[in-house]
Write a protein that binds this ligand. Structure first.
Ligand code: HEM
Length: 293
């Protein structure tokens, strides 16, 4: 019986680390992945595999694509597709560092780390712009329905498809806006998180209103703020039973549906983009049977 990687559905932790790995030329990922899948611990680590990795194993996961490159007026939505993505969840920065070292060691025969992002919670589920993030996230059974694959058979049921983007905010620019303009950018009031009914069509929550898509486009967002010494923003993370809902939202955000661009682009830009398949678990280990492992 397959189960979902528990970190996908459990409460967000105060801290996290997102790691991205590339496959070393000429290496054989199969034995490394097998050992890695056995070492994954419950809620603490979520694992996603890129299409190019499944290709290196001679397998195909239906619905696993590479991240699309999109563009809008004056900006692009880049793809920086890699082979392996890890979301380490925790509450102690030192412990996250040591887990990074341990997992990197297990992967070292085939994979090299290419990006590490330290993430954290800001005022419990707030984006660094100050707005609460996740209000309209599905919960309970609705979260499972939105995010987890079902009725596709053993090895696939319990898996999930995740879209990941690092966004860099221009917080000076955002903070220079009057509060009414900030509210109209998001489509909610910062004061009380109420949705603004007559917000402009460019407001982020109008662009992405999940029920307004045909078919409805629900995703489970598990984004977290990040910051380094110079820049700051959001690591946007959305799980779905396919990439369709995320992609419909993203395409509408850049203006593909009606020429109206999401007002978010007035102060923030994505700098990475990747699609990954998160395998299910079986008996406490990653179930990689869909990849012949
Ligand atoms: C810097 C990037 C982003 C920021 C700061 C941001 C922030 C927010 C905030 C504050 C809300 C309102 C509260 C809530 O329901 O969570 C929201 C809603 C939402 N966002 Fe984003 N978001 C970002 C990127 C994205 C992207 C890339 C997508 C999908 C392509 C997306 C999809 C959604 C969805 C589906 C909702 C809920 C809409 C609804 O059904 O009401 N967001 N976002």
């Amino acid at each position: 019986m397959n189960t979902v990687q528990p970190g996908i559905l459990s409460e967000e932790t105060p801290l996290a680390r997102y790691l991205v790995f590339t496959l070393e030329p000429g290496s054989n990922p199969a034995p490394v992945l097998q050992a890695f899948g056995d070492a994954i611990e419950g809620e603490k680590t979520v694992v996603g595999l890129g299409k190019s990795l499944t290709m290196a194993l001679g397998k195909n996961i239906d619905g696993l694509e590479t991240f699309p490159v999109l563009a809008g007026p004056g900006f692009s939505v880049p793809a920086t597709q890699a082979e392996l993505w890890l979301w380490l969840r925790g509450e102690d920065r030192g412990e996250l560092l040591h887990r990074t070292r341990d997992l990197t060691q297990i992967l070292a025969d085939a994979f090299a780390p290419i990006q590490v992002i330290d993430a954290f919670q800001y005022r419990g589920n707030h984006d660094l712009s100050g707005y609460e993030d996740g209000t309209e996230n599905p919960g309970g059974d609705d979260a499972i329905k939105a995010a987890i694959v079902s009725d596709r058979g053993p090895g696939l049921d319990g898996s999930s498809f995740v879209a990941v983007q690092q966004w860099v905010h221009d917080l000076d620019r955002f903070q220079a806006m009057p509060e009414s303009e900030q509210d109209n950018t998001i489509g909610r009031r910062i004061r009380d998180n109420e949705e603004i009914d007559d917000a402009p069509e460019s407001a982020h929550v109008k662009r992405t209103a999940q029920e307004s898509f045909e078919p409805e486009a629900f995703v489970l967002r598990r984004s977290m703020p990040w910051a380094d010494n110079i820049q700051a923003g959001l690591v946007f993370v959305a799980f779905g039973h396919s990439f369709e809902a995320f992609e419909a939202q993203m395409r509408r955000m850049v203006g593909e549906d009606d020429g109206i661009v999401d007002a978010l682009f007035n102060f923030t830009r994505p700098v990475t983009g990747g699609y990954f398949w998160c395998p299910p678990m079986k008996a406490g280990k990653l179930d990689l049977s869909a990849l012949g492992l």
